[in-house]
Design a protein around this ligand. Sequence first.
Ligand SMILES: Nc1ncnc2c1ncn2[C@@H]1O[C@H](COP(=O)(O)OP(=O)(O)OP(=O)(O)O)[C@@H](O)[C@H]1O
Length: 646
Amino acid sequence: MTSSSEGEILQSGQLIRDRWKVNKKVGGGGFGEIFDAFDLQNHNERVAIKVESSKATKQVLKMEVAVLRRLQGKKHACKFYGCGRNDKFNYLVMSLQGKNLADLRRESPRQCFSVSTALRLGVQILLGIKEIHSIGFLHRDIKPSNFAMGRTPTTMRVVYMLDFGLARQYLNAKGEIRSPRSAAGFRGTVRYAAVTAHKNKEMGRQDDLFSLFYMLVEFLQGSLPWRKIKDKDEVGRMKEEADFDVLLEGCPSDLLNIPAHLKSLGYPDDPDYDLLEQTLRNILSRMNVNMDDPYDWELNYENISGRSRTTTTTNGNVSTRMKSHTTAVKDRGPENRALDTQAPLTMGEDDDEQTGNCLFRCPPMNSTHTAEKHDDKPDKPKYKRQEFMRPKYGAVSFDVIDAVNARLAAAANGESSPKNNGVVASSSNNDFFQRIRYDTSVDNGKSAGNNVDVTIDLGLRPSRTSDSGPVGGSITAPGTPAAQRAQRPPLQAEPARISKSNRSITLSVGGKRLPPTTVTTRRDTHAFADGSGSTYQRTAATTASKWPDSFDETADEDPILPIDGAAVVPRSPMNHRFPRNLASPPQQGCEIPRGKSIRGISPGISPGICGGYPPAPTFGFFWSLMLRYRIISLKNSFVGNFLQRF
Ligand SMILES: Nc1ncnc2c1ncn2[C@@H]1O[C@H](COP(=O)(O)OP(=O)(O)OP(=O)(O)O)[C@@H](O)[C@H]1O
């Protein structure tokens, strides 16, 4: 543990948001520094604050926040307390855990754990990995220093997963596996990275599990054969050629099931988590190990302190054996313990445990791909009703989606009624209503009084009445007889509006010429506003829509985005394709008070994109084109993604 000192982002005693008082630095890695602090508003409870300089070239804290929030309620995730940013740093406040597993292993006299401890940790880490996979993300930096034991009496035997800075979504918005990129930059930590990462290939779920396998080998054997190798490609080759029998020499032979299963998996395949868990549990039960038994450190490592330790033979029987690898680890003194999470570019004894970010530096193994392709650009998400979100996001309001779709369908069927606000649309197959769908939702909570009103502008204008010729602003299909159009009631002059009550939604479509300032007040429609520690959450179903607001709701200081005109929100790695043009800053403090309403529209809507609201355009192709632009620009918006299927 280190104390904070001059030059660090936070200083001891510093107050953040008048709530968290910094105590001292407890960790630091390639991407951030971690401090422990007191929560002055919660009986001085100890919390961890991870900070990242706002000048850091690689900003990962937003991703951490995004993932940690989704993991709330999972057993192996830290509690999320808040986040924010100012001109100097971004920060994330979460529950403080105890020692990480890298430190605990190094404190062991032989730098290894007993089989009992190693495999029980393995079970918990496996379940933690399963949790992050269940929310659609890969961790991509599974290693001992990214797991820590709880620090309270009730959590001290629970393993917590840390550090989601390199996470990546492997599911698209439909819950399908995203297409693998032909080249992806190396992500992770050389010592534990799967061969896939060494080859700069797209990592899949099995690769997180391969990292777990390497961790297990290290836990049991005290080291990995490539521990001292600095060259990433060389390490990759060693892993590719590794003989698992040799790696697991002297360990329960059942463990061979793990790499055997993982090697059988390709990028899109579902790992058999149960098989892996059962493999570990079977060994533990043969050894009569109880999951509640004390861990090695609780026994002061006395169970493994001699030159031999109790373990099992390859057939799983318990025996005592000499370790053959002791010479490989005896030079690892306590002085090296803190190295593995320091800056990734310094190569110390344990540097190969550092998180790598070899983007643009490390050519891929066996690959001719060039560096410019090695980024985290996501594949273009396809937005549809997101069935996969249902079990994971609990109260995602599919009834909202259905209600909107029903309204759109009604409009498409040419109904003119209060329900669709007088909008008459042709039932022609070309009608644009038939080609859009509402694809996400506002999770509005279950209790009454959580109503949220959202305004969506579809870019329609009040219609001109006309006896002949096209009528601007009417929603109609090209080819609708002019006479029919002329009798159509005008669209309402207000922006289209979705009023969402607790479990229902009303859509009205109208049009209004919006001056730029009005348009731009709509950024807060990312249906995403959960207060730190709040008892309710509102979430949109798409990550991309939430991304830009990751810090906003708890930020108490200057926004990073410029205040004046048409600022472009930095594109998130998850949202490269839809830069958001803004003409006003994001609303800070976008927490939606209970019972209040918010108004807004996609930040993607901008006069710049749509070319403003042209006067009295000829209906037909022009309107269709404009609407298409606007619908496209609505993608990833807070309240909904309209998908236009032309
Ligand atoms: N919530 C927490 N409670 C206690 N300690 C923590 C917490 N989060 C992180 N740490 C400590 O800080 C160390 C570094 O944290 P983390 O891995 O998040 O930083 P990083 O900069 O991403 O590191 P790396 O580049 O090594 O992956 C962890 O190994 C752990 O010891």
